[in-house]
Write a protein that binds this ligand. Structure first.
Ligand code: ADP
Ligand code: MG
Length: 224
């Protein structure tokens, strides 16, 4: 699946409180791309990822997945599309505290009224080193383990694209590099498109296509 971002802007607030968080950004993401985006705090990184993944709507411009304009249809169509095609990994993990690791991971499949592919779940839990943690609650897991549960949840519906918003931002450096190793492995073994936002230049350099964002303007630095 090819993603085409066409001249998107995002303005928050009204009148004197307006913030232009993203300004006229265009880019094309090809299948299998491994992309990093770096930028200072407040530069528009999360805004960009939210618009491209359909978590939020642009003020102007369009986002196409192949020929589908994802912001054109109903909210229901968009959430179904997101659940099936897109995996999102947050800095704060965003796990549901009263559900076990397994229940958190399979949630997107249950919301889609589909059956859990137990073989695939087993494969994921082993790839992510979570075999012995599946019946634990998030509060019984370390930060690195919680983020690995969140990665499994992002992958359970077999999406084409994974977006990660500072996935190592809340982790110590050892758990952070484990999470990055896993993301690289997923991309290679499962042939996913991966877009990752980071503060860390070492992480950014792992990607094949590198972008920076400044005051809402995106620039590719790897292919000038
Ligand atoms: P980053 O992820 O790079 O730190 P964000 O995309 O979160 O940056 O924010 C970009 C700009 O938009 C910042 O100035 C931020 O304060 C502003 N912003 C983000 N979300 C909102 C919102 N919901 N309402 C108003 N302003 C926002
Ligand atoms: Mg952010």
């Amino acid at each position: 699946m090819r993603i085409h971002v066409k001249d998107i802007s995002k303005i928050y607030g009204t009148k004197e409180n307006q913030v232009a968080a993203l300004q006229h950004v265009s880019m094309t993401i090809s299948e299998g791309d491994f992309i990093s985006i770096m930028g200072p705090s407040g530069s528009g990184k999360s805004t960009f990822l939210h618009l491209v993944s359909g978590l939020d709507k642009p003020s102007s411009g369009q986002v196409f997945y192949d020929k589908t304009d994802i912001h054109h249809g109903s909210d229901k169509e968009l959430s179904t599309f997101r659940r099936q095609k897109i995996g999102f990994i947050f800095q704060q993990f965003n796990l549901i505290p009263v559900l076990t690791a397994r229940e958190n991971i399979v949630m997107p499949v249950l919301l889609d009224k589909k059956e859990v592919d137990e073989g695939y779940l087993k494969e994921l839990s082993s790839l992510l080193g979570l075999e012995k943690r599946m019946s634990h609650l998030p509060c019984e897991l370390s930060g690195g383990q919680q983020q690995r549960v969140a990665i499994a949840r992002a992958l359970i519906a077999k999406p084409d694209v994974i977006f990660a918003d500072e996935p190592t931002g809340n982790l110590d450096s050892k758990s952070g590099s484990e999470v990055m190793k896993i993301l690289c492995e997923i991309r290679e073994k499962m042939n996913k498109t991966v877009v990752i936002i980071t503060h860390d230049s070492k992480i950014a350099e792992m990607a094949e296509r590198r972008f920076t964002i400044m005051d809402g303007e995106l620039m590719e630095v790897s292919r000038p």
